[in-house]
Design a protein around this ligand. Sequence first.
Ligand code: M3P
Ligand code: FE
Length: 309
Amino acid sequence: MALTGVLRPGHAQLRVTDLDAAVHFYRDVLGLVETGRDSAGRVYFKAWDERDHNSVVLRRADTAGIDHLAFKVRDAETLEKFDSDLRSWGAATERVPEGEMLSTGMRVRFAIPSGHTIELYAEKEAVPYPGQLNNPRPWIEAAEHGIAPLRMDHCLLYGPQVNRNLALFTEVLGFYLTEYVTLPDGETKGALWLSCSIKAHDIAFVEHPEPGRLHHVSFLLESWEKILRAGDLMSMHKVPVEIGPTRHGITRGMTIYGFDPSGNRFETFCGGLQSYPDQAPIAWNWEELPSGLDYPQRKLHETFLTVVT
Ligand code: M3P
Ligand code: FE
């Protein structure tokens, strides 16, 4: 088996200011499947085609944003090894016991230099839909409810010291750099796309003075047609759309960005490059950032660099 270590982004716990409005958005407009509510009032969702119990967890709070992004690792032994490697690197880890989140095993929690909380875990209950693992249909009725992405795919996080994040993710967690943007000095990396798989990215960072900010959580769709359908649904439900439908130069993905009712940005996207760890990362010059973001329009949408939660 080639894929070891960190497997994928597993779940994002988001803060929302109005839980009912958020549940309506994530369930009925985005089309995630609600899988549970816990005694702390958190609401759990998965995408219809995901197998594990949850990939988006909503918590009511006074400000929007991301509490933590968690990655699933291969097994318990791998989790122990990462815990000790993180400590050796100088990251203070703590353990969140099994059961603190529904259907989720023990998590190793740590802060990264950009001020975000990252977690690793090895266990999450699989809850496949009937027939998913035996002669499955290509889609089920739930795949037509709302935008209905296949999975939660990646997050873009804004904060300081992204080059220290780069060191942590590559030296300790086994990620590799797929693309980056250099600042006007032509050297310093100001935006980074990192993969732990063959995806164009599993996490990305942009240098930003305020720590711990969420730029977007992204959800995978199957095709450009599904992106256009998502745009129709966003308009039907008066979801504020920021950019798109268009194509990124960076990653080559096709995309729409919009905002949930609390102001957290989300992305629905499809396609994009596949990556391998032996390939040199793709560099983008600062002046080309507009085409990196929106290739057809070559437009640096100002809100993209300034609006975060
Ligand atoms: C994505 C993505 C920029 C491109 C962002 C790309 C900052 O969000 O999913 O590929 O130019
Ligand atoms: Fe994205």
